[in-house]
Design a protein around this ligand. Structure first.
Ligand code: FO1
Length: 315
């Protein structure tokens, strides 16, 4: 079975994962890609429902993502933020004018009874995205961190405090009672499923919330297609700073080896960086190596092709 012929399901957080999701989107036929987004980072801010990872994926696939930050919209203006600041309003979480429209419209539709999945599908349609972008669940799951300052909500820790407090423990509040999105489970059981991709997102903050939903690990195991995990660490350096800091605070070595061990039993193939060949060769696992940093659009497509070639064949 070829990864390029069947359906591909990608599990992703925001910025890092979205790079590979875009690569997959650009090389796969339209409607062959399902991207399942972490919603553990979601929160209510200024009365608005914010879904950062869904929006990062939406804007990236639509080609309107802000290249300099990785979050928010390209060519954004900040009049709302400036006006809010002039009134003494909260300005630690920056909402650009165009991005604000997404949150306002999403919040209005949610209050009118529409589901997060349906709203996301409509936003995708409006912005010309033909992949199926799904929230991991319609139920609220909230990533919280036990730090030296006590329990913090994710965005408080990540943005307001700039990941400064040391982390001791992570919890995904609501995960045990939450149901995975029905479209997610349906996609995993499809007979034309060709590959499941774990994008190079933060394993603890972006992928684990998805895996913590009841039934997801079992559905991944039962799926007929291989699971390909891509390392978010190359040569002992995480692609994003907070991943390295968090891993060392959790007592883990900042190394691809820690990620491979963390995902043990879950993947059929692990794609790591060339720099980590020696370190990972001692593992009795299917590990492949490439230059996995995705700086250019070509890099994104090259890694996507490689991931699909690894996913070829049955499990
Ligand atoms: N990240 C920041 O570091 N500072 C911000 O002010 C900020 C605003 C923001 C607004 C909308 C959105 O969708 C994302 C935003 N992010 C911001 C990114 C985001 O909170 C995190 O990168 C993710 O939650 C982690 O995946």
């Amino acid at each position: 079975m070829s990864g390029e012929k069947g359906l591909v399901v990608a599990l992703s957080g925001g910025i890092g994962g979205a790079k590979l999701a875009l690569g997959l989107y650009r090389i796969l036929p339209p409607e062959s890609l399902v991207v399942v987004a972490n919603t553990g980072d979601d929160f209510t801010h200024l009365g608005l429902h914010i879904s950062p990872d869904l929006d990062t994926l939406l804007y990236t696939l639509a080609g309107i993502d802000a290249l300099e930050t990785g979050w928010g919209r390209r060519g954004e203006t900040w009049n709302f933020m400036a006006a809010l600041e002039s009134l003494g309003g909260q300005s630690w979480f920056r909402l650009g004018d165009g991005d604000l429209a997404t949150h306002v419209e999403r919040t209005r539709r949610l209050a009118a009874g529409e589901s997060l999945g349906a709203i996301t599908a409509e936003f995708c349609r409006r912005l010309g995205v033909s992949a199926l972008l799904l929230p991991m669940s319609e139920d609220p799951v909230r990533t919280r961190l036990l730090t030296e300052d006590g329990w913090l909500d994710f965005q408080d820790y990540f943005v307001r405090q700039g990941t400064r407090p040391r982390v001791r423990e992570i919890s995904y509040r609501g995960a045990l009672k939450a149901r995975p999105h029905p479209g997610f489970i349906e996609a995993l059981s499809r007979p034309d499923l060709a590959a499941i991709v774990i994008c190079p997102s933060n394993p603890f903050l972006s992928i684990d919330p998805i895996l913590s939903l009841p039934g997801v690990r079992a559905a991944l195991k039962a799926a007929r297609a291989p699971v390909v995990a891509v390392s978010p660490i190359a040569g002992k350096r995480a692609f994003k700073g907070p991943t390295a800091k968090l891993m060392s605070e959790l007592g883990l070595e900042v190394a691809a080896e820690s990620v491979l061990t963390h995902y043990a039993g879950l993947f059929d193939h692990f794609l790591a960086d060339e720099e980590d060949r020696e370190e990972l060769s001692k593992f009795d696992a299917n590990v492949s190596f490439a230059r996995i940093r995705m700086e250019s659009l070509d890099d994104r497509e090259r890694i996507a092709r490689l991931v699909l070639s690894l996913g070829q064949g049955s499990r």
